[in-house]
Design a protein around this ligand. Structure first.
Ligand SMILES: Cc1cc2nc3c(=O)[nH]c(=O)nc-3n(C[C@H](O)[C@H](O)[C@H](O)COP(=O)(O)OP(=O)(O)OC[C@H]3O[C@@H](n4cnc5c(N)ncnc54)[C@H](O)[C@@H]3O)c2cc1C
Length: 466
């Protein structure tokens, strides 16, 4: 039997890998150079072209555009209403609402874009359901519903009783929940390929197998060098995902964790039995979140964000599939949906997650004002990357508008501990969180030491959970 653990995952296999664009060779002049061909870099290039069709945009991608997390995620297109309470605490009501609304527009914008440009990414707006799977987690969906009501947007997050949850999808573990209508699912690799093709059609200079090695800022220009070439431009956008944690300016601003997924064979009989026909994407309410969705051909894709941290020294390699974690994901899937016992898992894969201390994306500029960056989606980048890309496009073109005024731009920085303490400490906290969540789901009270260690990040201002 073929190895089900593939490097890129099922979505990229299903969509197929396009032929690579040639690497950068020699000197190229552009108005703006974008580093990184994931959703953030590609949406940025797209919006620069929309705003200034004459601007010359060069995009450098180390491998193939969309083969990083952007082509292998869960395909949940969520708004940032799911982070409303965190947004409120951090930025106040008005800014939180502005971000929520802009992110909802991004969810709809992705669907409209796919329709208008003929991109078949399987966009389905079925909403997002957050469920509690243990009494200790019951407060999470309640708090989300209350936060939306308190800020005058109750329609964005609607309480679901246990029977309403079960009307959408049945699992012996599900208790009550919260439903966010502004969410969709996509086939993530098809969305990435769609962006890539439309950018090529629009004349973006796309160079693949072109890893940026050095960024230099000179009076009046930035230069990005690869092994065989150099792009000179007036501005740069750094959209390299978790690899930005290797950048000296951003080293203390993010950590890199990992998330793993499995996908079943088509199981239409199981979907019918559990009554999951509405296309909702679903998560539980843990800090180490479990997330699941269906596909148009009747599969269940199931992921877990509890993978290991990626040590600083390994940031230049990808977080590939961790077989032990993938096997754990399979066990968790069957615990949530026991009818899947004995059904075939066709693929398992993993990828890095760029985690910011607040779990909110951060958009900023290098002090010289020529290089702009974004990082920190913390597992919720599919929808927000369109909004972030739109914002970065304005920043790179030196425009000021409602996007550059969003509070996600240049927020007061929160620093993470330096290496090696970050990796060592993060690993200990991860173990405590896993233990706490296991005990909570078994209906047991975690011991004081576990509670203490699992609570350390919150106590030092680092937010854990979605
Ligand atoms: C398993 C998994 C499941 C996930 N599920 C979801 C989900 O369901 N919903 C959701 O919203 N989010 C999810 N995420 C997160 C989501 O995939 C990311 O937030 C999003 O793709 C980030 O896009 P990006 O463009 O910022 O980064 P990336 O997709 O990481 O793209 C960055 C690109 O930069 C390139 N690059 C890096 N360094 C260089 C360099 N030096 N030179 C040139 N290029 C470089 C990389 O090769 C890569 O292609 C998931 C992630 C994983 C791993």
């Amino acid at each position: 039997m073929a190895d089900k653990h593939t490097r890129y995952g099922w979505w990229l296999e299903e969509a197929g890998l396009p032929d690579p664009r040639p690497p950068l060779e020699g000197d190229v002049d552009a108005d703006i150079v974008v580093l990184g061909g994931g959703y953030t870099g590609m949406w940025t290039a797209w919006f620069i072209n929309e705003l200034e069709p004459e601007a010359r945009v060069a995009l450098l991608e180390a491998e193939r555009c969309g083969t990083g997390p952007s082509g292998r995620n869960g395909g949940f297109v969520d708004s940032m209403w799911i982070s409303l309470s965190t947004l409120h605490k951090r930025f106040g009501a008005d800014d939180a609402l502005a971000i929520g609304r802009a992110s909802e527009a991004a969810v709809d914008g992705i669907g409209d874009w796919c329709r208008d440009l003929g991109v078949d990414a399987g966009y389905r707006r079925g909403g997002y359901l957050q469920v509690s799977t243990a009494p200790a987690h019951d407060h999470t969906p309640h708090a989300a519903v209350r936060a939306a009501a308190d800020l005058g947007v109750p329609e964005t997050c609607i309480a679901q009783t246990r029977s309403e949850v079960r009307g959408r999808c049945q699992s012996p573990l599900f208790r009550h929940g919260a439903y966010y209508p502004a969410a969709a699912t996509v086939q993530p690799a098809r969305l990435a390929h769609g962006l890539r093709h439309r950018l090529i059609d629009r004349g973006v200079l796309m160079f693949e197998d072109s890893r940026a090695r050095r960024l230099r800022s000179r009076p009046g220009e930035v230069q990005i060098e690869t092994a065989d070439g150099r792009v000179r431009a007036a501005a740069a956008v750094l959209a390299a995902g978790g690899r930005l944690a290797a950048h000296p300016l951003l080293r203390r601003r993010l950590t890199v964790a990992s998330s793993h997924m499995v996908i079943t064979e088509p199981v239409p009989d199981v979907l019918e039995e559990i009554g999951w026909s509405g296309g909702e994407c679903i998560t539980d309410s843990r800090a180490m979140v479990q997330y699941f969705r269906t596909t148009p051909d009747g599969r269940i894709a199931f992921g877990w964000g509890g993978g290991r941290l990626v040590p600083g020294a390994r940031l230049n390699g990808r977080a590939e599939v961790d077989r032990g974690v993938a096997a754990e994901v399979e066990r968790r899937l069957v615990r949530v949906f026991p009818s899947l016992r004995g059904r075939r898992i066709e693929h398992a894969w993993g990828g890095p997650i760029d985690v910011s201390p607040t779990h909110l994306p951060v958009i900023g500029s290098h002090p010289d004002g020529r290089a702009h960056y974004a990082f920190g989606y913390t597992g919720n980048g599919v929808g927000p990357s369109r909004l972030v890309g739109r914002t970065l496009a304005s920043m790179a073109l030196d425009r000021r508008d409602e996007h550059t005024r969003l509070a996600l731009v240049e927020p007061p920085p929160i620093r993470v501990p330096p290496e090696p303490f970050r990796y060592a400490g993060g690993t200990i906290v991860r173990a405590a969180l896993l233990r706490r969540e296991r005990l909570e789901e078994e209906g047991r009270r975690p011991d004081p030491l576990t509670r203490f260690v699992a609570g350390v990040p919150e106590r030092i201002g680092i937010h854990i959970g979605r």
